[in-house]
Design a protein around this ligand. Structure first.
Ligand code: OFO
Length: 162
């Protein structure tokens, strides 16, 4: 049986992942309103990925015979100053998620919950990738600056995400 402390932090993490999904959907919506369809597609796919992360934890709790508790998802921000600001916030948000994942692993180790420690290794690896993707886009956007054709090309590149 999963310990209550672990169960609570896992339920909180479902909420974090679903909020991430909601935040990225809001960013996608913002990009659509700016006619940046490639960025919008990238963010929409990211939103779906985050939903998947939440459900991965959801299924894990059920597997461990725990109780899933769904809590209120906050309203995400809807307007940003520039595409660069959107991706800078994405990076900041992913760094926050990495800290949440590390806290879960720390607690699982402390509570000698080997199953949760092992299960969360996937998330540890995923966060390295998520942060690297955001850094990569932020750096490209800084290089491009206000150059419209650069933004157009990056929009096209990100729109190719499958
Ligand atoms: Fe972006 O990795 Fe989940 O939250």
């Amino acid at each position: 049986m999963i310990k209550e402390k672990i169960l609570n932090i896992l339920n909180k993490q479902i909420n974090e992942e679903l909020f991430s999904s909601y935040l990225y959907l809001s960013m996608s919506n913002f990009f659509s309103s700016q006619n940046l369809d490639g960025f919008a597609k990238w963010m929409r796919m990211q939103s779906q990925e985050e939903y998947g992360h939440g459900m991965k934890i959801y299924d894990y709790i059920l597997q461990r015979d725990g109780k899933v508790v769904l809590i209120k998802i906050e309203t995400p921000k809807a307007v940003w100053k520039s595409p660069l600001e959107v991706f800078q916030e994405t990076l900041k948000h992913e760094q926050h998620i990495s800290a949440c994942v590390n806290n879960i692993v720390n607690l699982a180790i402390q509570e000698k919950d080997h199953a949760t420690t092992q299960f969360f290794q996937w998330f540890v690896g995923e966060q390295v990738e998520e942060e690297a993707n955001a850094i990569n886009i932020v750096e490209k956007m800084k290089m491009i600056g206000d150059n419209k054709s650069g933004i157009f090309m990056l929009d096209r590149e990100l729109g190719r995400r499958q």
